[in-house]
Design a protein around this ligand. Structure first.
Ligand SMILES: [Zn+2]
Length: 487
């Protein structure tokens, strides 16, 4: 018989108050079904058929919320460490076109499981992988199989019709509109965990068509629309926020990834519309997007964090939180250093970045009343950290939030519970269902990923990436004079 409840005994539970301040309390926590049913010292569950987890000297954290991630990219891991944004466009972004529908299933499953392994319980999947009619259904079934909570951002993906020269299809495939409508009708998937969103980057389309796409999605019941926004030399200095405002589309269901170099007017428009942004420090720092906006004074209120490409960087939020915090501190400190002074304070705190990875992520996806913090009545998306590992010992005793933000690695993520179900236990991912519903341990998923990677790599080697890059510059109307060796 499958137990319907889980009792976390004697853990250090991180509880948010209404001002987003976190207090660690020593307590028991009872999960019934998919919900946190009780938080109290000494809960007696002897009358219930309950799984009991001894959490003595362990930290119980809200699950992390990653608000921008291209989950399909697992097979591309390791390729982009030294790539600029322009390198990545043909070598990463466009090579989704080499994936068949099975590749998508394994890539997506691998990406979701890496996220869970690191303590992410919810992510926004900007799924620019709709290269065939089975791609999105396979991606969604892999997401369901993994057990993660997700908004699957169905994406009008530019389909590659030729690699030599690189050419994209002039319009969306025939099945796009009907598939979007069908998926919207069928959602949510996976017992309510996986909702449909829209990932939209086709702002080159005429105004009426953009408006029509957004209105169509909203009329289909889609609750979140996400778009990339990087102001700069690559994609130009124009403001996507002002365009959305001018089109009458800006609202609380809009989530912009990066928002790098957003103008002060952008920040005013975004905050007044209660729209949100997802900073992804690793790619932004590497690919010259600009400093992450997560701690910008005028955007911090609507900011959250994401992983972006797990092909470039780790798929866990611990890495992104730490990077976001330290780069913001560095940027704050430098003007003092430049004039021979020293700042009196460390400007940004571990608590504020922990919130970017939890409760503020929940706000960005419009789900703050259900996820993002630990409270009775909220959904049971929980991460249990080992407090006695070599990295965590003493830090966990002294300050649990610091222990997680500054000391924890994926190794210290001992147990992950999503929607009341244990998905990682004793430091190991639990079995999932494969492409045909068969039960599968992680090592078998890894074998499938390696097989899939070999097939994709063989196709990849046939492509002249140099000429593809030139074509990308042309297609996206990038200005060659903006790409230089020194400023
Ligand atoms: Zn992205």
């Amino acid at each position: 018989m499958v137990s319907n409840s889980i009792l976390l005994k004697n853990g250090i539970i991180l509880v948010h108050d209404e001002n987003d301040h976190i207090t660690p309390i020593k307590s028991d926590l009872l999960v019934v079904g998919n919900t946190i049913a009780d938080i109290r010292p000494h809960i007696d569950a002897s009358s219930l058929d309950t799984i009991i987890l001894d959490c003595t000297r362990k930290l119980v954290s809200p699950g992390f919320i990653d608000t921008h991630h291209h989950v399909w990219q697992t097979q591309l891991k390791g390729r982009h460490a030294n790539d600029t944004l322009l390198d990545y466009m043909p070598r990463g972004n466009s090579t989704g076109a080499l994936y068949n529908a099975d590749d998508v299933f394994w890539g997506e499953l691998g990406g979701c499981l890496e996220a869970i392994d690191g303590g992410t319980t919810m992510l926004v999947d900007h799924a620019h992988i709709t290269h065939g009619p089975l791609h999105a259904p396979n991606a969604i079934s892999a997401t369901v199989s993994s057990g993660i909570r997700s908004v699957y951002g169905y994406c009008d993906t530019p389909n590659v019709t030729s690699w030599d020269p690189l050419t994209f299809a002039p319009s969306t495939p025939d099945y796009f509109d009907s598939q979007l409508a069908d998926l919207a009708k069928q959602q949510p998937f996976g017992d309510g965990r996986v909702q449909l969103g829209l990932a939209f980057d086709s702002f080159f389309l005429p105004k009426e068509m953009v408006i029509e796409r957004f209105e169509k999605a909203r009329s289909l019941g889609i609750k979140l629309i996400t778009s990339h926004y990087v102001r700069g030399a690559v994609f130009g200095p124009h403001s996507l926020v002002e365009l959305l405002e001018a089109y009458g589309l800006l609202g609380p269901d809009i989530l912009l990834s990066h928002a790098s170099n957003a103008t002060t007017n952008d920040a005013v428009l975004l905050t007044s519309a209660n729209a949100h942004v997802a900073a992804t420090p690793n790619t932004e720092l590497q690919m010259a997007h600009g400093f992450p906006v997560s701690f910008r004074d005028d955007l911090h209120a609507v900011a959250s964090l994401g992983v972006d490409c797990q092909s470039t960087n780790p798929g866990d939020m611990l890495t992104q939180m730490r990077l976001a915090l330290q780069v913001a501190r560095g940027a704050y400190n430098q003007p003092f250093i430049d004039v021979g002074k020293n700042p009196n304070v460390v400007k940004h705190t571990v608590e504020s970045v922990f919130n970017l990875g939890t409760i503020k992520g929940a706000r960005a996806v419009g789900m703050a009343s259900h996820i993002g913090s630990i409270a009775v009545g909220k959904l049971a998306d929980l991460v249990i950290f080992d407090g006695e590992s070599p990295a965590m010992v003493c830090a966990a005793e002294h300050d649990p939030v610091t222990a997680i933000v500054m000391h924890a690695s994926v190794r210290d993520v001992e147990t992950v519970i999503v929607d009341g179900k244990i998905r990682k236990s004793g430091g190991k991912l639990l079995a999932v269902q494969g492409l045909n519903g068969e039960k599968m341990e992680w090592n078998t998923v890894a074998e499938k990923l390696i097989e899939s990677r070999v097939r994709i790599e063989a196709e990849y080697r046939k492509i002249d990436m140099k000429s593809a890059t030139v074509r990308i510059m042309d297609i996206f109307q990038m200005r060659p004079e903006n790409f230089v060796d020194s400023p």
